[in-house]
Design a protein around this ligand. Structure first.
Ligand SMILES: *Cc1c(COP(=O)(O)O)cnc(C)c1O
Length: 415
């Protein structure tokens, strides 16, 4: 498809001065503005096309302008889009049932983002610690290099000081352990057991922290410790869930089930939505304990159902597994071709990372910018990891084309 035939230029106006004057400068933005998308292709306001291996950061599950998404949003907004949780919302019940039937959870709570989903999980774990286990001053353990969101509680949960700096005082009741380190975990359990540990909140695969999959042995040990002590195991599935790992949920790659897990990003394919799910035994919320004005409204629930039913009906997980293997094969070849520049390829399904050698001056941003120039969108995951999280519907031909461009990009930044 050539951009001329697809791009609707009538709406493609962009005024960077206006933007920079009126929008708060919280982001380091790349100097392009995307005007339109179709499938895995995006066009900027100048009509230049890009292959999208970012998907709005692991969010546009079905890519852009997917007919099923368009139909769901259009039909639902014509019927009813929002009424508040003062009333029963049938679409919410239907979505909760789908999620429960396709996961280890028994119940769902709906909100609007990953941070909010984690906030809900933190509140539920604290209430469980207080009311069921009689812990007065509960601690939640999280991992170094984790990412759980930008609210005060979730930046505190996030084990990366750069997200916390200048926002102190942080929320009390959090302590940190290195990821995938069993000895350190056992030491922390011993250290905080007298005070009382409410929960361990952890990603099955660390996304923002550099695309680091969890170790099987570590997660088995985590589950065993939680079973023995009554500590709740919470998985943050915000980035790796909803099919991205090649299974519906990241934890299915580790052979352990959480007591609570959170979802957002890809859940409604790019329409803002978050969810917190849990097993029945720890569902201690009662009327008035937690709420959200927008959470689980008819529009987002209908959209999420369309995304999830499409994943299932079209067996998109098979595509995720096949395209993921294809990407990793190419990334390994690139890493072998440039052994001084890249050290490792990591990932599951369609969340993959290419680790840049710590000894080189090259950063992920340099590669991301050059790729953008050559019509390829990839995302950094920290300064030394390139992240590949395309729409789950990406085709084999698109992966080939993207990896071909990536090789050219790397050759041009290499010297
Ligand atoms: C993106 C992300 C979040 C935060 O989600 P928001 O929707 O931006 O609040 C939380 N946890 C993980 C693992 C994420 O990748």
């Amino acid at each position: 498809m050539s951009p001329e035939t697809v791009l609707d230029n009538s709406q493609a106006t962009f005024n960077p001065q206006q933007f920079d004057q009126y929008v708060m400068s919280t982001y380091g933005r790349f100097p392009i503005a995307i005007a339109q998308g179709k499938g895995c292709t995006l066009w900027d306001t100048d009509g230049k096309s890009y292959l999208d291996l970012v998907a709005g950061i692991a969010t546009c599950t079905l890519g852009h302008a997917h007919p099923t998404l368009i139909k769901a949003v259009t039909e639902q907004i014509q019927k009813l889009h929002h009424v508040s949780n003062l009333y029963y919302i049938p679409e919410q019940g239907e979505l909760a049932q789908w999620l429960v039937e396709h996961s280890c959870a028994d119940r769902a709570f709906f909100c609007n983002s990953g941070a909010e989903a984690n906030e809900a999980a933190i509140k539920l774990a604290r209430k469980y610690a207080h009311t069921v286990r009689g812990i007065e001053n509960p601690v939640i353990l999280t991992a170094h290099s984790s990412f759980h969101g930008r609210t005060l509680a979730t930046i505190t949960a996030t084990g990366q000081p750069k997200y916390q700096k200048n926002f102190e005082p942080l929320v009390p009741g959090f302590a940190y352990v290195p990821y995938n380190d069993i000895t350190a975990l056992e030491n922390a359990i011993a250290q905080y057991s007298e005070q009382g540990i409410a929960a361990i909140l952890i990603e099955p695969l660390q996304g923002e922290g550099g695309v680091c999959p969890g170790d099987l042995d570590y997660f088995l040990r985590l589950r065993k410790i939680c079973d023995e002590t009554g500590i709740l195991l919470i998985f943050d599935e915000v980035q790796v869930g909803v099919g991205r790992s090649g299974k519906y949920w990241g934890y299915e790659n580790l052979g352990v089930e959480p007591d609570i897990f959170t979802s957002a990003k890809g859940l409604a394919g790019g329409i803002p939505m978050g969810a917190m799910l849990c097993k029945e035994f720890c569902q201690v919320f009662t009327g008035g304990d937690h709420a959200s004005t927008f959470g689980g409204n008819p529009l987002v629930c209908r959209t999420a159902l369309a995304v999830l039913q499409t994943l299932e009906a079209e067996d998109i997980l098979s595509n995720v597994i096949a395209r993921g293997e294809q990407i990793r094969k190419h990334l390994r070849a690139i890493a072998q071709q440039f052994p001084d520049t890249f050290t490792e390829v990591r990932g599951w399904g369609l969340i993959n990372g290419l680790q840049i050698h710590s000894e080189t001056d090259l950063t992920s941003i340099t590669i991301v910018k050059e790729a953008m120039t050559q019509g390829l969108l990839v995302a950094p995951a920290g300064p030394k990891v390139l992240r590949f999280v395309p729409p789950l519907i990406i085709s084999a031909a698109e992966v080939e084309a993207g990896m071909e461009t990536l090789k050219t990009v790397i050759e041009s930044v290499h010297n």
